[in-house]
Design a protein around this ligand. Structure first.
Ligand code: SAM
Length: 345
């Protein structure tokens, strides 16, 4: 079977596309950076406006197929780079003066439904879960990582209260034979969550989310991506992020809170200071969500949250406070920590 066959079968809905378009006003032209090209939904919609250019990035090699089509149709207006968005400055130069840098986080429907990728609970294929340009797979993580570390990953990155019980079950199983497929992993998790209310989500949802985030270092990517994108924006440039779970949204919210005009005063008794240490102007503090119509058409959009800010003219400074706030996630996802463990064992 062709490696990309499942891609054609899956219907693709770019989440919150109308809201993104109304924020960026592509009818006025300009250069846009689509940091998460996926099926190309955002890029295609922007390119419909003749005065626009799009630079697209995705870490997933399989998205290249869609990008190649667009490169043929718009040779002077579209370019694609297989790259992680934390490396955005390798492919986008500040003098291109992007009007907006857009992130639509997580997985595309193509990735989710492609059984070979190992993201779905039922997949009998290799336990992979790589988005692309990875250093290790879910197989490596669940079969090699220290039991306590694994329990923490599941608890912290999956917000799964039964992290310890699940890690124990995994440890017991792998002491007999390696866990090779997503289906195998899912049945181990199910056996650890016997009392789970079957009307809720699949009992493996949180653990799969946690392992996927860890394998792809998604929080580190987001933290670095926001900082690197900010370096590239000039006054008036927009940073737009669509996120899908609370860990991501917390990072985006904090980033804008710390570095925008809406930054809260440390105490209401202190005089409000003019804040020169901001990077963004925000018109509102609440995220936007999808319309009811969109949620009806595409249930995956229900958890989407869109936040955006407009770069002001303050000179870029490295957002140390922001990084400090999330240092635990950065340390937690740092591959070197567990390489040391494997070598030691
Ligand atoms: C939700 S999809 C984007 C869908 C896209 N907006 C569209 O309309 O088709 C997210 C995409 O971002 C990519 N991605 C996730 N994290 C990334 C990262 N750190 N660097 C580059 N691409 C990333 C994934 O491979 C996936 O293709």
């Amino acid at each position: 079977m062709n490696a990309t066959a499942p891609l054609e079968k899956t219907k693709h809905y770019p989440v919150m596309l109308n809201q993104v378009l109304s924020i960026i006003s592509p009818q006025r032209g300009g250069t846009y950076v689509d940091c998460t090209f996926g099926g190309g939904g955002y890029s295609k919609a922007i390119l419909k406006f003749p005065e626009t250019k799009v630079i697209a990035i995705d870490r997933d090699r399989l998205t290249k197929k869609y990008a190649t089509n667009l490169e043929k149709r718009f040779p002077n207006r579209f370019s694609f780079f297989e790259e992680k968005f934390s490396n955005i400055s390798k492919v986008v130069k500040k003098n291109l003066n992007p009007k907006a840098i857009i992130f639509d986080l997580g997985l595309s429907s193509f990735q989710l439904s492609d059984q070979k990728r190992g993201f779905s609970f039922e997949s009998k294929n290799f336990l992979n879960m790589e988005m692309g340009i990875n250093e290790y797979t879910a197989y490596d993580v669940v079969n090699n990582l220290d039991k306590e570390y694994l329990a923490n990953i599941i608890k912290i990155l999956g917000d799964e209260k039964d992290g310890k019980i699940i890690a124990n079950k995994i440890d017991k199983y792998r002491s007999q034979k390696p866990i090779r497929t997503s289906k195998e992993l899912s049945s181990i998790i199910n056996s650890a969550k016997k009392n789970y209310n079957s009307h809720k989500k699949n009992p493996s949802t949180k653990t799969f989310q946690a392992i996927r985030i860890f394998v792809n270092q998604e929080l580190t990517q987001l933290i670095e991506g926001l900082i690197e994108a900010t370096k590239l924006l000039s006054e008036g440039g927009l940073l737009i992020v669509v996120s899908f779970h609370s860990l991501e949204d917390r990072i985006v919210k904090n980033f804008f809170n710390l570095h925008s005009n809406l930054r809260r005063n440390p105490s209401r008794y202190l005089p409000v200071k003019e804040n020169k240490s901001t990077l963004y102007n925000l018109n509102f503090n609440k995220p936007k969500g999808p319309s009811e119509k969109e949620v009806k058409e595409n249930i995956r959009s229900r958890s989407a949250k869109l936040r955006y800010g407009e770069r002001n003219n303050n000179t870029f400074f490295y957002p140390v406070d922001f990084k400090k706030q999330f240092i635990n996630y950065l340390k937690f996802e740092d591959i070197r920590i567990w390489i040391v463990f494997i070598i030691a064992n």
